[in-house]
Design a protein around this ligand. Structure first.
Ligand code: 7TS
Length: 415
């Protein structure tokens, strides 16, 4: 059993949960849909969809604008969602919770503000070899602008980070470490608390990409001591267009704003503009209000299910799927880390991942095929692409059985 899973957690009532997701009753190509693509985007429970619809129908107006009752109500609901996020990740203050459009925007914000402040010519940015492009490209852009270099923490063949040399990789030129909490390709759960402690011992701050972690693990940013922790609403059973940047208040206070405009200023004159405090100074313009409120509702839903029960259920499915798929001749699973969450990538001899994905789609099985926006991992493992199944709390062993039969059928077709 994974060290991050509570084996004594009460099982989920999956049949009841499935009724909260109408999409799971759809028929695709004459087959009941089997949704194994939650790492791409999680499904939203009905109560989230209904809460967002209620805002749009009965409450729609802008936030932080004027004294109207409607605006006050919208502001209260929007800020209540921020408090839900704060509690969900164990942050000390809502001032540390910045709304963004998602993980990608959160990392760009940090790179373009904190990064620009801290990184100069000859400096280094240390990333892990299993980062999503969202935690590579913004740093590469900054490195090019500043004349800095990227360094990489390597991987074992099992898909675990090699941390033996971490203390040498973090040099006196390292200005920030970026590491993914759970890999979207390999499923590896990285020991981010240890990485953060070792970076801090050398005075280096750490950004954690939690996009694939928050849906599956209980995260406590204070316990991790993360400097920045970022994630997307849509992978957390919430809507698209909303995401979170958690930052320690001392960092956020020291950072300049990124986007300028309305909602983030204290005063504007032709001579000079002054800004409000964090998080507002990073939130220029009208935010995605319904999406923020919806994400708050999804967090309530997940907390009612219980993150430990979700993790135990998904872990059981992952173990079952790993056992079944490993038994298929010619099939290789990428990512065999001891501590894994909810993602299973594989390649099959003689079948391109895109063909596999299309054949599975024909069987109603929704998976992702491709490089998963993590091309350096594909290069590391010498494959152009993988097929990836990802599991959520509403999936069942029957879903895994359908996946396995569909893979076997595809193999027969390609023989
Ligand atoms: N980081 C990780 C670890 C991710 O898995 C993703 C999205 C992102 C960042 C970017 O998130 P966004 O919401 O800003 O787009 N990952 C995937 C995936 O695995 N398949 O589709 C998107």
């Amino acid at each position: 059993m994974s060290p991050t899973v509570n084996a004594t957690a009460q099982p989920l009532d999956v049949a009841a949960i499935r009724r909260d997701f109408p999409l799971l009753s759809r028929i695709l190509h004459g087959k009941p849909v089997v949704y194994l693509d939650s790492a791409v985007s999680g499904q939203m429970p009905l109560r989230t969809i209904e809460r967002m619809a209620k805002y749009e129908r009965d409450e729609h107006t802008n936030v932080h604008r004027g004294v109207s009752t409607l605006s006050q109500e919208a502001t209260d609901a929007y800020e209540a969602a921020r408090e839900k996020v704060r509690k969900f990740i164990g942050a000390a203050s809502i001032k540390e919770i910045v709304w963004t459009r998602g993980t990608t925007e959160s990392i760009n914000l940090v790179a373009q503000t904190f990064g620009r402040m801290k990184v100069g010519a000859g400096d280094e940015i240390l990333l892990s070899a299993m980062e999503h492009h969202a935690d590579i490209v913004p740093w590469q852009m900054l490195a090019e602008e500043k004349g800095a270099t990227l360094k990489v923490i390597p991987l074992t063949d099992d898909g675990e980070l090699i941390l033996d040399s971490l203390d040498e990789l973090i040099t006196d030129r390292t200005r920030i470490v970026g590491v993914v909490h759970v890999s979207n390709v390999l499923g590896t759960i990285n020991p981010v608390k240890e990485i953060i402690a070792r970076a801090h011992a050398k005075g280096v701050p750490v950004l954690v990409d939690g996009a694939q972690a928050v849906p599956h693990l209980k995260v406590d940013v204070k316990d991790l001591d993360a400097d920045f922790y970022v994630f997307s609403g849509h992978k957390l059973s919430g809507p698209t267009g909303i995401g979170v940047l958690y930052g320690k208040l001392a960092h956020l206070d020291a950072m300049p704003p990124w986007h300028g405009g309305g909602n983030m200023i204290r005063s504007v004159s032709w001579e000079k503009t002054t800004y409000i405090a964090a998080p507002g100074k990073f939130e220029a313009g009208t935010p995605p209000i319904a999406a923020a409120i919806g994400l708050g509702e999804s967090i309530d839903y997940l907390e009612a299910l219980g993150l430990d029960r979700i993790a135990a259920h998904e872990h059981e499915l992952l173990a079952y799927a790993t056992e079944k798929l490993s038994a298929i001749p010619g099939l290789r699973i990428l990512g065999q880390a001891k501590d894994k969450a909810s993602v299973l990538s594989f390649v099959v001899d003689g079948i391109h991942a895109h063909d596999m994905g299309s054949l599975l789609d024909g069987e109603g099985v929704v998976v992702r095929a491709g490089h998963h926006c993590a091309q350096p991992i594909m290069t590391r493992f010498g494959v152009p692409a993988t097929t990836r199944a990802s599991f959520a709390y509403f999936n069942t062993r029957e879903d895994v059985d359908v996946l396995v039969s569909a893979v076997l059928k595809a193999i027969e077709i390609f023989k």
